[in-house]
Each structure stands twice: as C-alpha cells, then as structure tokens.
Design a protein around this ligand. Structure first.
Ligand SMILES: [Fe+2]
Ligand SMILES: [Fe+2]
Length: 362
C-alpha cells in the first residue's frame, strides 16, 4: 500500500510494540480482522498500569481505531468483538489504577463547582511550566511539544464524544467551549492547526501521530484517559470533569509556555497557540466549572462524584507526566523514547537466482 503524501490529518503509522500484549495487537492489526484468542495467553498484571509501556500502548492502539485509524489497517478492526474484549480487560486495569491513584471524592451536586476549584487550588504538581518559561533549552522545548502533539493535533476531539450523550445546559456549555477549540469553523483558527504551526516553527514533525512512536507510557496515559472517559457513556461525568480541570489549569501555564518560546527568540506564529489559550481558557474556566459541570449535575446529580473523579484523574496523570519530563531532564537524558532505527538498506544478492514458482496450494 502506498503512503498518502499528506500526513497532516492521519492516519498515523503503526508504532513498534513494547511488550507481548502490544506485539500481539500490532501483529493482528496488520492482518484482516479475525477473532483473537480469548486472552492471547498473556497474564495481564502490570505493577503500575499508568506507566506500563505495554498496557498503555495497547490501549492507545485500540483507541486510535476510533479516531483516525492506523495507516494500512483494516477499518473494520474498530468494532471487532475480540479486540474490544481485549481493550475492556486493559480498561478495567487502567480505570482501577486511576481510582486507586485519586480516590473517589464524595460531594453533593451543589458542591461541584467549588469542589473543582478546590482540586485545582490544591494541585501541587511539578513546576514544568515554570521550567519551560525560564530554563528550558530548545531541545527540551522540542521534546515538550512532541509529547503534547499526540493530543494537540486532535485537540478537543475526545471531549466531543460527550455531545450526543448530553442535553440541556451542559450540552450548550460544552458546545460553546468546543466551538472555540475548533476555531469557530475556521481552519486557520482551529487549535490543532495553531499547534501545527508551533511544531513547524520549532522544526518538529507536524504529521498526525508522528510522535506516538517516541511517546512514553505516561504521555500515552494522558491521552488514553480522555479516550476511556470519552468512549464510555457511563463515564460522561468524568469526561466533563476532565475537561473542566484542563480549562481551569490552562491559562497560567500557557502564558509561561509562550514566554518561554519568546525567551528563546521565537515569533508570534510559534507562540500563537499558547497565547490564544491564555485568553480563551480564562473564559472557558468559568463556563466549564459552572455552566457545564454545574449544569450536568443540576440535571443528573448522581454524577457529581464522577465529575470530581475525572478532574482529579486529569490533574494526577498530568502531574506524573510533568514529573517524568523534569526528572528526565534533571538526569541529563531525553524524556522521549528512542526513535525507531532507520530501515536497513535492501540486501543485494551476490548471485541473482532465477525466480521459482511457488508450489500450488492443494
Ligand atoms: Fe484549545
Ligand atoms: Fe479551552
């Protein structure tokens, strides 16, 4: 199959596997859909599921089938029952780990906006934004945008899955936020396209999914979290809580990212994505907490705890992500995985043998 010339919008190339589970899935996806063995003969018991390379890549491989798919992979895999069953096994492990990580907060519906504000105020994550503003060199900034590109080149898409699952005030508020994220229908204002220009200015590959190969488990986990919440209607409260946490913790870090790029001499084309979020998310923050999440639990009060769970999970996994980058850089190493080695040159046979017809199948 020949590759399309325009790789901006996907699909991405299948990444290399990172263990027996992802190896089995990558291998399967290269073939037409078929029934996978019930458990693939693999005992799934990762010590730390959120940073387990094999588990997170497997989830990402499965989830991507619902976004842009994978290059050369049969689109029917998206709803192949045995692959969905495997994904469900992985999701149970991932969700249980998330609930262990953040606990399950208890809050009445009326307390949701205040509960979100408390979670955000108590967020004491590592100072990644401050590092990028004041200290990071260009290589570290390039790594940062490569990590973030996995999400930002499809920015807002996972939260759009909430739209058909909602009615009333929460839906109206979500549409208001998403409209901005999608540039009010203007391609050149779509946040994903603004981020593409930032990547381009920094000399980083702008193709959709280009950096999945080198994104470590914790980066994939920040994305898998949104897909988990987005693809399960039962987790719609968590999905909105996740978006609220994003919006409520966006304005100040984005100001810092933009200032960091200006310190390194970049122009407004490079900083536009970050500058845009300083203004937009100061507004989105209020819409998300009060109109969207408050509106949701006003109609469905039983979802109050889920909203806070989603927000807490977003903040906690993002803290792990930030700590990974800062720890890697403090140790003098890259925060990305090693890229795939270049394909070996084709071997040239010393003696050209005459072609032999394959034996007939009987
Ligand atoms: Fe955005
Ligand atoms: Fe926003």
């Amino acid at each position: 199959m020949s590759e399309p010339a325009d790789r901006r919008y996907g699909p991405a190339t299948l990444p290399r596997s990172r263990g027996p589970l992802s190896a089995a899935v990558v291998e399967a996806l290269r073939r037409p859909p078929y029934d996978l063995p019930a458990d693939l003969g693999i005992d799934l018991d990762p010590a730390d599921p959120i940073v387990d390379e094999d588990l997170q890549l497997t989830l990402f491989l499965c989830y991507e089938l619902h976004y842009r798919g994978w290059l050369g992979v049969d689109e029917s895999w998206e709803w192949q029952p045995s692959l969905l069953a495997l994904r469900a096994r992985c999701e149970r492990i991932f969700e249980a780990a998330l609930r262990r990580l953040v606990g399950v907060p208890s809050v009445p519906a009326a307390g949701v906006p205040a509960g979100l504000a408390e979670l955000v105020a108590a967020d004491d994550g590592p100072a990644l934004a401050a590092w990028l503003q004041r200290r990071a060199d260009l290589a570290q900034f390039r790594e940062f945008v490569a990590h973030r590109s996995v999400y930002h080149l499809r920015e807002a898409d996972p939260h759009s899955w909430a739209l058909p699952r909602l009615g009333g005030p929460a839906k109206a508020a979500l549409v208001e936020i998403q409209t901005d994220e999608y540039g009010n229908g203007r391609l050149d204002r779509m946040h994903a396209e603004l981020f593409r220009r930032t990547l381009d200015r920094l000399g980083v590959d702008t193709s959709y999914g280009a950096h999945v190969e080198v994104a470590p488990a914790v980066t994939l986990a920040t994305n898998n979290l949104m897909s988990l919440f987005g693809l399960h209607r039962r987790l719609r409260g968590a999905l909105l809580g996740h978006l609220a946490a994003f919006e409520m913790t966006s304005s100040l870090p984005n100001r810092r990212y933009g200032n960091g790029l200006r310190r390194l001499g970049f122009d407004e084309v490079a900083t536009r994505f970050f500058d845009e979020h300083v203004e937009a998310d100061a507004v989105h923050e209020q819409i998300a907490a009060h109109d969207m999440c408050g509106g949701l639990v006003g109609v469905e009060p039983a979802l109050a705890c889920d909203v806070l769970f989603g927000a807490a999970a977003a903040l906690a996994v993002d803290r792990l992500f930030a700590a990974h980058l800062l720890d890697s850089w403090a140790a003098g190493r890259s925060s990305l995985r090693a890229p795939a080695p270049p394909a070996p040159p084709p071997t040239v046979p010393l003696v050209v043998l005459p072609a032999v017809a394959p034996p007939a199948l009987v």
